[in-house]
Design a protein around this ligand. Structure first.
Ligand code: FES
Length: 204
């Protein structure tokens, strides 16, 4: 079985909850923010994408069945509709819970010809995980991704909201060490950064 098929295993996808089983776990701040986001759009359906980013932050970086059910509840949409959106876009973590930090290695053309596969192999060996997997301590998830739109820095890597490149093995070592010592999850930070941009966009 290929790794991509493994990632898309429907048995790993969030299960639909009955309406009576929906739990509401958004923080007070999260509730205020989703109400503000809803006010930016002509209807609640249009708020599914930002709502999912908010849920990804509120649920620690993972859109579990509970997270999707809460978005569906707050936006008055069906679970299936919100789940369909969440599982369509790979930037949403809806198939499996990521580690504290997701290391996204671009293996597209410019990065490929500048040594991306060597960097990918270096990380596979160093972390002991392959594409789509998470280290046993829950610290790192490794993903190979398509063009990060920072080709001038090839080979490029993205962690949270930051881009790195051209990356060398020594720089990867330093980055892993820095991430290991950071208190915050860059996966959660990234979701929050997107939420804050969307909130600001509505103020214009
Ligand atoms: S090909 Fe890697 S950033 Fe564009």
């Amino acid at each position: 079985m290929s790794e991509l098929i493994q990632l898309g295993n429907p048995n790993q996808r969030p299960k639909q909850l009955r309406p009576e089983d929906v739990k509401l776990n958004f923080s007070e701040q999260g509730v205020k923010e989703i109400e503000a986001l809803i006010s930016h759009y002509p209807n609640k359906k249009a708020c599914i994408l930002p709502g999912l980013w908010l849920a990804q932050r509120e649920y620690g970086g993972y859109l579990s069945g509970d997270a999707i059910a809460e978005v569906a509840y707050r936006l008055e949409r069906s679970f299936a509709e919100v789940q369909g959106v969440a599982t369509f876009y790979s930037l949403y973590n809806s198939v499996h819970a990521p580690g504290k930090h997701k290391i996204e290695v671009c293996t597209c053309l410019c990065c490929h010809v500048n040594g991306a596969w060597n960097l990918r192999d270096y990380l596979v060996t160093k972390l002991g995980i392959r594409h789509g997997e998470t280290t046993a301590d829950g610290m790192f998830t490794l993903e190979e991704v398509e063009c990060l739109n920072t080709c001038d820095k090839a080979p490029a890597v993205q962690v949270g909201s930051k881009y790195y490149g051209p990356v060398t093995e020594a720089q990867l070592d330093a980055l892993l060490e820095e991430l290991r010592n950071s208190e915050e999850s860059t996966v959660v930070q990234y979701a929050n950064d997107i939420v804050q941009v969307q909130l600001r966009a509505g103020e214009v």
